[in-house]
Design a protein around this ligand. Structure first.
Ligand code: C6P
Length: 408
């Protein structure tokens, strides 16, 4: 087995990985929920608060102008990261959730009419279900759901059949947070576009694991959260093709998003300000840059290869545990493993592992319909980052053996 990365060197960049939990060195396996932060991000935000901080866009003084320049540079950095065609196609939001709500409110609510259909997939996170459901209820739209097979892979034939004459929007997760399935986004976009349908991709679980090129994917909207990308919380990104963003109206109103305001009439600012009402998360915007720099410095090929090695090793080892069943066995997966253990509630698995210093997620993972599809109420989920090690997987396996002994 090759080792694509110098993991010990990388781990030194993540202070939280030396923390102890319940007297044990932390084994952090909840990276799909949120990732730990490298010193480069922590230090950049610290330095910015201590020495550079001021509001943006409003000040004539030097620090305000410098802060504005830093935020502009961050937007350009994100543009390059996603290979978007234009900087104004990058909208800063609070996270993936807010980005999807923005498209639901500003695109679907404006352009879809009663009886029109929105098509999603069965493995969506609640953030890519509930905003559409809410808008569907208000506007009389129909929410349709493309099924997945027993491995957790989207049924493309069914998806194709469900793209009807009234379908105007497809909203689909790139990678399932509950199962790890990497959905064939290029193919989904191709088929949707062939039917004249606009596509939003929820990339929250994809951007930490793979190079995303929105022009190559040709999706119309793409979103992610900074905190799953080794960056700060409270910052996310909506990419949208300029022609759609131009045609959409803002859904939040206030300072910074206007051009002129009178009591009788207000005109809106140009992109991207039109969708960024109020003072933004300035320091978080700045903190996103070192996270992206770090990922690109390590390199996507190395990250992908190493994480796939972790996934393969963990899958093999977990399958040896009596009574353990993996939920989600797609051919193409990100480094996420959901599983159930005969006769043991996932929360009990999580609690025993916690005592051993191992952090995993247990529950429905904000994906109730996915749980229902696989006939379980909840799963235990381990999700890896490139700073995890094979030794940590061995500790997980030992921990699960202990769970078996306690509840067996
Ligand atoms: N999934 C998980 O443990 P926010 O909360 O806006 O940063 O991200 C929401 C979101 C949207 N889409 C997908 C595919 C996601 O996985 C998430 C967040 C976390 O799986 C928290 S439930």
């Amino acid at each position: 087995m090759t080792r694509a990365l110098d993991v010990e060197k990388i781990r030194k960049e993540f202070p939280m990985l030396t923390s102890r939990m319940n007297g044990q060195t932390l084994v952090y396996l909840d990276n799909a929920a949120t990732t730990q932060k490298p010193s480069a991000v922590i230090d950049r935000m610290n330095r910015f608060y201590r020495q550079e901080y001021a509001t943006i866009h409003r000040g004539v003084y030097t620090f305000s102008q410098l802060s504005t320049e830093e935020c502009d540079a961050s937007r350009e950095r994100v543009r390059a990261f996603l290979n978007a065609a234009k900087t104004q196609e990058i909208i800063f939001t609070r996270g993936a959730t807010e980005a999807i709500n923005l498209v639901a409110r500003s695109y679907a609510a404006k352009f879809l009419k009663s009886g029109d259909e929105i098509l999603i997939c069965e493995t969506e996170h609640h953030s890519n279900i509930v905003p559409w459901q809410a808008i569907a209820k208000e506007k009389g739209l129909v929410l349709k759901v493309a099924p997945v097979d027993d491995r957790g892979e989207i049924d493309l034939e069914e998806f194709q059949k469900m793209l009807g004459a009234r379908t105007y929007l497809v909203a689909v997760g790139h990678v399932s947070n509950a199962l790890g399935t990497v959905h064939p986004i290029e193919e989904i976009v191709k088929r949707a576009h062939h039917a004249g349908v606009v596509v939003l991709v929820d990339g929250a679980q994809a951007v930490p694991h793979m190079k995303v090129d929105v022009q190559a994917l040709d999706c119309d909207f793409y979103c992610f959260s900074g905190h799953k990308l080794y960056g700060p919380t409270g910052i996310g990104v909506l990419y949208g093709k300029e022609k759609y963003l131009e045609a959409m109206d803002p859904y939040q109103f206030g300072g910074d998003m206007i051009e002129t305001v009178g009591f009788d009439k207000t005109t809106y600012a140009k992109l991207p300000a039109k969708f960024e009402a109020g003072t933004p998360a300035i320091v978080e915007i700045v903190g996103l840059v070192p996270a992206i720099d770090m990922l690109e410095k390590i390199g996507w090929d190395a990250i992908h290869q190493y994480e796939q090695e972790l996934l393969e090793y963990a899958t093999t080892e977990l399958q040896k545990i009596p009574g353990l069943r993996i939920i989600g066995t797609a051919k193409e997966k990100a480094a996420v493993i959901s599983f159930v253990l005969d006769g043991v509630h996932p929360h009990d698995i999580g609690t025993v592992l916690d005592q051993l210093g191992i952090a995993i997620r247990a529950g429905h993972h904000c994906a109730y319909p996915t749980m229902k599809r696989f006939g379980v109420a909840a799963t235990a989920r381990v999700s890896f980052a490139f700073y995890n090690t094979f030794e940590e997987i061995d500790k997980l396996v030992k921990g699960l053996q202990k769970v078996g002994e306690i509840f067996g």
